[in-house]
Write a protein that binds this ligand. Structure first.
Ligand SMILES: Nc1ncnc2c1ncn2[C@@H]1O[C@H](COP(=O)(O)OP(=O)(O)O)[C@@H](O)[C@H]1O
Ligand SMILES: [Mg+2]
Length: 298
């Protein structure tokens, strides 16, 4: 029997804003209440099976990184402490504790900001075809999971549904203007450098990661989740062998399982067996522990 998980939230007397693949967002005065559920999406399809505690890991890891990154960029967090949230939310404490944040409303930029230090996932697929990623020419002869000469900024579109598409910096400039495009590129690379240096000190390679930025008034801030196993590839340094896909603390484990099935990656996704669910839950909790040095009390 699996542990209890949270698939949907129903805060009856709170105005609902929207449901993403993983998060549910409510209005709370002038802010948003963002709740991370235990849903998992792979290949952009939300699977019918949940991963217990996953939403708590995503929330707490984001909180951890927001603090570390504070000297580079401000973020949307107001509080993650249910007791400090507006009174009408207190009765939902059991659902909200550990998996929710009251955040500032932002206007998200229309691009996903991805930084890659290693060649994997869609970056690797693109490289095989063109020896470049997002229009950035790379040396020839690189293998899957190879370290890149230097980290690269590889933005993508933000599809409302379906898959995001990798785009060149020119595209970003056309969408949001050159000045802002330059700014988010530099911020993304700076954040990657700081976070990958920190992860390295814990024996973890941060292969790639994705950020979202948004405007709160005139201020550009980082929003959504940061440097979690859902938004990043984390690889154990001591098992790193280029030339193949790497063991990791992220969804790759579930993706690898799904690749063994005869599933065409369109909805509905298949149920996950108990052993895959339990191992994935353990991987998420382990990622939290190894990166923060603390157990997540769940
Ligand atoms: N502070 C914020 N202001 C406005 N939108 C936000 C903020 N933080 C996150 N979001 C948006 O909320 C959604 C988060 O839910 P999620 O389940 O991760 O969605 P998705 O399926 O798009 O990944 C994303 O669309 C993200 O852009
Ligand atoms: Mg998301």
């Amino acid at each position: 029997m699996n542990k209890q998980s949270v698939r949907y939230t129903r805060l009856h007397d709170v105005d609902f804003f929207k449901r993403g693949k993983v998060r549910e967002i409510y209005f709370s005065d002038d802010n948003y209440l963002m709740v991370a559920t235990d849903r998992i999406s792979c290949f952009d399809v939300v699977l019918p099976t949940d991963i217990p505690d996953k939403g708590k890991v995503l929330t707490n890891l984001s909180l951890f990184w927001f603090k570390i990154l504070e000297d580079i960029i401000g973020n949307h967090l107001i509080t993650a402490d249910t007791a400090k949230m507006p009174q009408n939310l207190h009765k939902y404490k059991d659902v909200l504790d550990g998996r929710s944040m009251l955040v500032k409303k932002a206007k998200p930029l229309p691009v996903e900001c991805i930084v890659r230090g290693y060649l994997s996932g869609s970056g690797w697929k693109e490289y095989i075809k063109s020896e470049s990623v997002c229009g950035i020419k790379l040396p020839s002869g690189l293998k899957e999971s190879d370290k890149l000469p230097e980290p690269i900024f590889t933005p993508s579109t933000k599809a409302e549904s379906g898959h995001d598409i990798n785009v060149a910096q020119d595209y970003v400039e056309k969408e949001i203007g050159k000045e802002l495009a330059d700014k988010i590129k530099k911020l993304s690379l700076d954040i990657y450098k700081k976070a990958s240096g920190y992860a390295d000190s814990k024996g973890i390679i941060l292969a790639d990661t994705k950020f979202e930025f948004g405007f709160c008034g005139d201020e550009l801030i980082i929003i959504d989740e940061v440097l979690t196993p859902d938004s990043s590839r984390f690889w154990p340094k001591d098992e790193y062998v280029p030339g193949k896909s790497q063991p990791s603390f992220d969804k790759q484990f579930v993706r690898d399982y799904l690749e063994t099935l005869d599933w065409d990656k369109t909805p509905p996704g298949p149920e996950l067996p108990d052993d895959i669910v339990n191992k994935t839950s353990e991987k998420y909790l382990y990622a939290y522990k190894i990166l923060t040095g603390k157990e997540l009390g769940v």
